[in-house]
Ligand binder design. Structure first.
Ligand code: ZN
Length: 252
């Protein structure tokens, strides 16, 4: 179910069992935008059912924060105009050509194109992997783009940050709010850490061991410092204040 954060912003909390992230809903006078697409058609049906049950509007636009499967694999199941950053969209085009049999998935773990954690979560979300459909977005942009929903605007900014090179954030100045996607978290690709589906309790302590790229963090925080917001939502935890976001980097 969606939780009301401000007058016109709602967040559906994450569902960690299959790594489903926070999903944002921004309701304008004219249009509604969903931030993050869900990770499967099943997830999209659940989001639609929640919106209907809560009498919230269905989205006219669906935007994604970065290419990772848990944010994007539901794109095909929306009857809406879809939006992604240019880098994200180019990667989604690549991923749309991937095969999902065990051998192909294992090969991508070995080449570093994908990681064990994502593959295990994909297998859990999709007991039938023939249902996986990866689609790129209808609209893409480089650097920045604004969508006016009527009385409220979504400012998409290619923020990069420590998690992924293609990360886009969604800044909503009227509500002093930012959807961060996973942009504030660590880079789980290309860094040595272990994930064992039979020992999920070790997930957080393993991720703790991954170092931040301080240069990317500094660049990222200086961008965020310049934005006038009070609260933000990250990818997989929840809503926090701007100060709490900045403090989270000083302790790691
Ligand atoms: Zn991610």
């Amino acid at each position: 179910m969606f939780e009301k954060i401000t007058d016109r912003i709602y967040v559906q909390p994450p569902q960690p069992y299959t790594d489903r992230p926070n999903v944002g809903l921004i309701v304008g006078d004219k249009y509604t935008l969903l931030f993050e697409a869900g990770n499967s058609e099943k997830n999209v049906q659940q989001i639609k059912a929640d919106l209907a049950a809560q009498k919230l509007p269905m989205p006219d636009f669906v935007a994604v924060s970065h290419w990772h499967w848990d944010h994007t694999f539901g794109l095909h199941a929306w009857n809406a105009v879809t939006i992604a950053g240019g880098k994200t969209n180019r990667q989604l085009k690549t991923v749309s050509g991937w095969e999902w049999d065990d051998k192909s998935m294992k090969a991508r773990e070995e080449s570093g194109e994908d990681i064990v954690f994502c593959n295990e979560m994909i297998k859990r979300e999709y007991p039938d992997r023939s249902l996986i459909q990866v689609k790129s977005a209808d609209i893409s942009f480089e650097d920045r783009m604004t969508v006016d929903l009527g009385g409220i605007t979504c400012n998409f900014i290619h923020a990069k940050g420590p998690h992924a090179d293609d990360s886009v954030i969604c800044f909503i100045p009227q509500e002093k709010f930012v959807f961060l996607g996973d942009s504030n978290s660590k880079d789980l690709y290309g860094k040595p850490w272990k994930f064992d589906i039979n020992h999920e309790e070790n997930f957080l302590s393993e991720v703790e061991k991954i170092p931040y790229d301080r240069e990317l963090v500094d660049e990222y925080l200086s961008l965020l410092k310049g934005l006038d917001f009070e609260k933000c939502a990250d990818g997989h935890i929840g809503v926090m204040t701007k100060q709490e976001l900045f403090d989270s980097f000083s302790t790691k």
